[in-house]
Design a protein around this ligand. Sequence first.
Ligand SMILES: [Zn+2]
Length: 403
Amino acid sequence: MRLTAGWITCLSLWCGLAPAGEPLWLVNAHLLDGRNGADAPLVDVRLDGARIAQIRPAMPHAAGLDLRGSYLLPGFVDAHSHIEDPAAARRALMAGVTTTRVLGDAYLKALATRDLIRDGYVQGPQMLVSAGHIRPQLGEPFILSFPQFGQYLASPLQGADHVRAVAAAVVARGADVLKVGASERAGLASTDPRRQELSYEEMRAVVEEAAKSGLYVAAHAHGRSGANAAVRAGVRSIEHGTYLDDETLALMRRQGTYFVPTLAIMSPLGDPRGDSADAIALQIRTRAMMRPLREVVARAHALGIPIAAGTDGTYGEGEGGAVRPAHEVEELVAAGLTPSEAISAATWQAARVLGIEARTGSIAVGLEADLVVVERDPRRDTTTLYEPMLVVSDGRVVLNRFY
Ligand SMILES: [Zn+2]
């Protein structure tokens, strides 16, 4: 959430413990700043408006909201979600997600939800939105949002100049980030995630078009060749990355490309468990994809490639709705990250992927007061991350379970 001039009155929905304008002290909590620090000092933190104003060693009997020795973390940054509507946005916020990057956006609902949150009409995480997925088969939802590209209902989007025109339209419509299809999707019976979609030249055109407006590109990439072309084209992050080979990983290391593996959605959790052709294909496929993906994460981690947590989840009531950052943290730990590294992947590293680490994703004086409090030390027990005790978004207490 970002505060704007629209916040003149305190909506009842939003009222925290301190009236607007008065500082709020959160006292007596162990601080984990998201940057993989080894110790967790007991601190008091003063919030002033939307910002973190002061951090001091905990003082006995200090006035403020007593966090009773629990653990204070940065709010989660979900680097890859499919949150589209206000209900899903609110669900994510209650799960501790204070910032997210939405990669996709059928019918541009996420774009509208982003603006409603920004303007204070809806409670939710700050959202960076891709406004569609640029790929050869744009699909009807995309075309209905961009009817000037009606020709691609019947024929695929092909050729660097044509792809560039679509990218320019998406930027003009207000996207914060562009998403390209480097390989086909995993979740459809008719697609093969190993098959490359856009070419190097086409993805390069999107990267160049985005850069004109100071934006960057995220690549949906499972297959080896598509991922390699995407990295060479200069995308900022590889999403999924199941079949990344050593050559591409070395290139990512050299170029500083981020890796958002979205492990949790591939686990049985992400399984829709229905009996449609797509659900069956996905159930079979993810059995085969999980092991290579875990091995890629371990190799990327050993190489020092920055890894960020993305759920690929909708936070909705249907398919993909049950995945939370805590699931991804658990999966990253299973793939070889330490719990502290996995928590960093869900906070600071994810903020770095989004390019907003100077504003949020960590806990330091001057940063946005986007915070989560959990009951137990998450370095010893990551399950405590599933149900935050307290969520603060831009200095406002949006969830408080310290009864
Ligand atoms: Zn996705």
